[in-house]
Structure formats: structure tokens, C-alpha cells
Design a protein around this ligand. Structure first.
Ligand SMILES: [Zn+2]
Length: 321
């Protein structure tokens, strides 16, 4: 009985040693890393976004199974995510033998924003804005986005004589009076400018993004709203409608439209923030010069784009998928 139980394990180990598994050697790892791996199988089928995660610092070797070259439209690459590291893609030349692919995770990407306190009292609103920045920094860190909010530059615009009622009570959705903010108050080029005003769409708890360099925030916005609005600037959309939940989304995701409990970022979202060409990470900050982009903005799961709801790690109730 004992021999019969053990022998399949020995046989499996022997087979793995002979055939050899492919390895992605992730360097610059900190705490934990994850991979979405593309390639092909011996039978000609395509592997899209095979999931692997591994804990460890420095150089971490990840067994990704036995892969060989996939023909188009299949791809041969690995995308890596990691704690306090920027997502990185690398081509992988899978052969029929045992391959090792080296992939260096990106250093954290510093992001600075300018915050214009338009509606006072200045000290109270500056404190509110600063705490909101800390919340954004924390969510970005724990959710392995690789973004580092290293600079929330505060400007006192409370005595600006150009401020109008239209600014303090801004309405109009995407077509609001954006230019009033940037021309009458001020605008730091190459950064996201955040205007802290009284009400947005008639509510003190609402914020809005122009999907680029401008965000308006109401006086009493939740501390987790800024990470949502910057998410729009980084090319993300709402995955569900207001108050909605589905099999893969609920109010705990940063892009939930009506929530006070935003905290999680999927790797599908993280991929888009880093690699969509119109994400402010690329279009405004130019933070990944020379790095290839991939337009996954209105795209579901393809060979190039992971599904928006792909997760390498659990997000609360939603398990890695
Ligand atoms: Zn939104």
C-alpha cells in the first residue's frame, strides 16, 4: 500500500525533471510578486494569462510550467506585478526545452499632484486633502500598483479674486466648466490638478475627473474618493453602475461609482493604468518613457489585454482568478 501511494509521486518528479519546467526569474522583487504568462502548449493550444504568485525579495524564480512558442494571435510574454513595484512586461522566447526568462520589476513610479484649496477654511481643507492623499498612497501601496504619491503640493486659492459662483458650485458632468478652474485659478502642467471646492453636481461629497489633468472635489468628499478620480485620469472606467454589484465587482473596488469603501485594485485595472497610452501615467506624466503601451481601454480579455476583473491576489470577497 505504501509503495503504491508513493510511486506516482516519484514518477511525477522524474517526469518533471526530464521535461523541465520554464522559469521566470523576477528581479527587484519586494515582499511578493505575481505573473500573468502567455505562451503555447505542446498540443498547439494557447495559454493566455496563466497566473502565478510568489513571496520573496530580490530575485525570485517562478515556475510557470512547460511552455513553448505560441503562434499569433497568441503571445509569448510575461507581465509582472509586485508590491511597491511598477508592472512590467517582457517578451518570452519559449522553446521546447527548459527556458529561463529574466524580468525586472519596475521601480515605484512617483506621482505628484497639485491641490488647489479653493473653498476655506484653508487649514481644515488642507488637512482634509492631505489625509486624502495619505489614503491614496496607502491604497496604491497595498494594492501593488507601483505608484507612489510622493507629492501633494497644496496651494491656497481661497483669496483668489477670480473665483466665481460657477466654480464653487460646479455642475455639468464631463462637460463642466473645466476651463474656469485651469485658467481662472491655476494649472500646473504635466501634473494632475485637484480643485477642492464647495459642491460638485450640487453635493459636497461628489468628485469628478476630466480623464486628464483636472479633478474637482467637493468639500466633504470621502477619503477614498481621490484614488477613484485619479483612476479615471489613469484611464479606468466604472465596472458597475451606481449601487450595483456583480459576480466580480462590488463597492470595495476603487472604481465603484457610488461607494465609501473603496480599497481594491484588480491586476486588470493595474495593467490598464500602466499600459494604456491615454492613461495620465503615460500621456501626462510620461512616466514610462520608451516602454510599450497597449490600448486596453475599451477592451475585454484578449491575448494582449487581461480581463479588467483579473486578480492575482484576493480582493476581499473576490478570490484570485
Ligand atoms: Zn467615477
Amino acid at each position: 500500500m505504501v509503495l503504491r501511494a508513493v510511486s506516482p509521486i516519484i514518477a511525477f518528479a522524474a517526469a518533471a525533471a526530464i521535461s523541465g519546467c520554464d522559469t521566470v526569474r523576477v528581479s527587484n522583487a519586494f515582499s511578493n510578486s505575481g505573473l500573468l504568462v502567455d505562451g503555447g502548449l505542446n498540443n498547439g493550444s494557447v495559454v493566455n494569462d496563466r497566473r502565478r504568485t510568489r513571496d520573496g525579495d530580490g530575485v525570485v524564480s517562478v515556475n510557470v510550467g512547460r511552455l513553448r512558442s505560441a503562434s499569433a494571435p497568441g503571445r509569448n510574454e510575461a507581465v509582472a506585478f509586485g508590491m511597491n513595484r511598477a508592472a512590467t512586461r517582457a517578451a518570452a522566447g519559449w522553446s521546447s526545452g527548459r527556458d529561463t526568462v529574466d524580468l525586472r520589476l519596475g521601480d515605484p513610479i512617483p506621482i505628484g499632484v497639485t491641490i488647489w484649496i479653493v473653498q476655506g477654511p484653508f487649514d481644515a481643507q488642507r488637512s482634509h486633502a492631505f489625509t486624502t492623499c495619505l489614503q491614496t498612497l496607502g491604497i496604491w501601496f497595498w494594492e501593488r500598483t507601483g505608484f507612489l504619491l510622493n507629492n501633494c503640493d497644496m496651494r491656497d486659492a481661497t483669496r483668489d479674486p477670480d473665483i466665481t459662483n460657477a466654480i464653487l458650485n460646479s455642475v455639468g458632468g464631463d462637460n463642466r466648466n473645466w476651463n474656469d478652474f485651469s485658467t481662472l485659478i491655476g494649472f500646473d502642467a504635466g501634473r494632475i490638478n485637484i480643485y477642492w471646492i464647495n459642491t460638485v453636481e450640487g453635493a459636497t461629497t461628489t468628485g469628478w475627473s476630466d480623464f486628464g489633468g483636472r479633478i474637482v472635489m467637493g468639500r466633504n468628499t470621502g477619503l477614498e474618493l481621490l484614488v477613484h478620480e485619479i483612476g479615471h485620469g489613469f484611464s479606468l472606467f466604472h465596472p458597475v453602475s451606481c449601487g450595483g454589484a456583480t459576480a466580480t465587482w462590488d463597492d470595495t473596488n476603487i472604481m465603484a461609482p457610488c461607494s465609501s469603501t473603496r480599497e481594491f485594485v484588480t491586476e486588470g485595472q493595474n495593467f490598464r493604468m500602466h499600459f494604456n497610452p491615454d492613461s495620465s501615467v503615460n500621456a501626462l506624466y510620461g512616466a514610462r518613457p520608451g516602454a510599450p503601451t497597449e490600448d486596453c481601454r475599451n477592451v475585454g480579455e484578449t491575448a494582449a489585454c487581461p480581463a479588467v476583473e483579473r486578480r492575482l491576489w484576493d480582493d476581499g470577497a473576490f478570490l484570485a482568478n
